[in-house]
Design a protein around this ligand. Structure first.
Ligand code: SF4
Ligand code: SF4
Length: 136
């Protein structure tokens, strides 16, 4: 994620065409692969928050938070271009979100708590009963 050529000038770069600078409008974090009902219940809690998504790629799970970088200038340039982090410098635009959204490129994609809930209902027979206390 994160790149940015210094100027949105016509340099022939794909990034020039990407007027919303997509890769500067979110953060991602790899998370532990969820396996238990409890793990997925934690993901539900995360998904109940605004602008949070979850996706998988090559069997790895990621949290994606849609929130623009504070250094992104209104014209799409990076306000700290010379000081931008390594991850921004190393981000490739050969095949990026401009070509295909995460929703389409991900193996699994959850854009809402409802979507994750639906998946969990299929995955765990007891998902809907998870809050019921076990009788002793
Ligand atoms: S999403 Fe791709 S095309 Fe758009 S600014 Fe980032 S690297 Fe460039
Ligand atoms: S630091 Fe610059 S290149 Fe990196 S995400 Fe922010 S605006 Fe984009």
């Amino acid at each position: 994620m994160g790149k940015r050529i210094p100027l949105k000038a016509d340099t022939g770069s794909k990034c020039d065409l990407c007027t919303s600078s997509i890769c500067c409008t979110y953060v991602t974090q790899e998370i532990d692969k969820p396996t238990t009902i409890r793990d997925f219940d934690i993901l539900m809690w995360q998904m109940y928050h605004k602008d949070v998504q979850i996706y998988t790629e090559d069997r790895r799970w990621y949290l994606k938070i849609l929130n623009s970088c504070l250094n992104l200038l209104p014209d799409g340039r990076c306000g700290i271009y010379d000081e931008r982090p390594f991850i921004c410098r190393e981000h490739e635009n050969e095949f990026c979100e401009y070509d295909e959204s995460t929703e389409k490129s991900a193996d699994l994609f959850f854009g809402s708590a409802d979507a994750l809930d639906k998946y969990c209902k299929k995955r765990f027979k007891s998902w809907k009963k998870r809050f019921k206390k076990k009788k002793k």
